[in-house]
Design a protein around this ligand. Structure first.
Ligand SMILES: Cc1cc2nc3c(=O)[nH]c(=O)nc-3n(C[C@H](O)[C@H](O)[C@H](O)COP(=O)(O)O)c2cc1C
Length: 181
């Protein structure tokens, strides 16, 4: 693989806000993108996460968990979701976080989610990470105990016909990157 292939993938991956509701995602493909996401690195290889793939009828219910105040209406058309559950870090990562005053756990979860959305894109799927969610509602719908944290949830599906790839809007390189010799 060449760098330009990675660039193509990064430019092609975008937050999808128009899914084709009539095109389901197979259980196999959903499982495969989760398996690949779980190859992501984590501090002290702590892997402080769990993924819950939801498809079929349950997705309709689940969409309500990300639509408070009229947000994320498009989520009703997503044929699947991957729910990202917070796990516990191992001892080294937990102690390391405290000593280095760093939140390894949430960094790890973010990195893993990035792997997930990129793997999904490479598989021809579209995604949207949804941080605007009601953890309480999601827990109720999924029958999860109150102590389970849900940092975010990812809508997964096929983009609606004609949904175009947007040009990336990013801060100028000189504002976000410097090279020191
Ligand atoms: C942690 C996180 C939470 C997000 N939550 C939402 C959300 O609730 N609804 C939404 O439409 N987009 C959400 N997004 C998508 C961002 O708006 C999007 O990544 C950003 O505007 C850049 O656009 P792009 O992903 O298409 O490149 C979220 C992204 C991240 C990383």
């Amino acid at each position: 693989m060449e760098l330009k292939d990675i660039e193509q993938l990064y430019l092609h991956r975008q937050s999808c806000r128009a899914f084709d509701p009539d095109r389901p995602v197979s259980d196999e493909l959903l499982t495969e993108i989760c398996r690949l996401a779980l190859l992501a690195p984590s501090a002290c290889n702590s892997q402080p996460w769990k993924l819950l793939a939801v498809t079929g009828e349950k997705t309709k219910e689940l969409a309500a968990g990300v639509q408070d105040l009229g947000m994320n209406k498009f989520a009703s058309d997503a044929p699947a979701f991957v729910v990202v559950l917070e796990g516990t870090g191992n001892l080294s990562a937990t102690v390391g976080s405290r000593f280095k005053n760093t939140d390894f756990l949430h960094n790890d979860i973010g990195i893993m989610t990035a792997h997930l959305v990129l793997a999904a894109d490479a598989a021809g799927l579209s995604t949207c990470i949804l941080g605007w969610r009601s953890e309480k509602k999601l827990r109720e719908i999924l029958g999860l105990p109150e102590k389970v944290r849900i940092p975010h949830i990812v809508a997964v599906g096929y983009a609606a016909e004609g949904y175009e790839i947007r040009k990336k809007k990013r801060k100028p390189l000189e504002d976000t990157f410097s090279l020191i010799r």
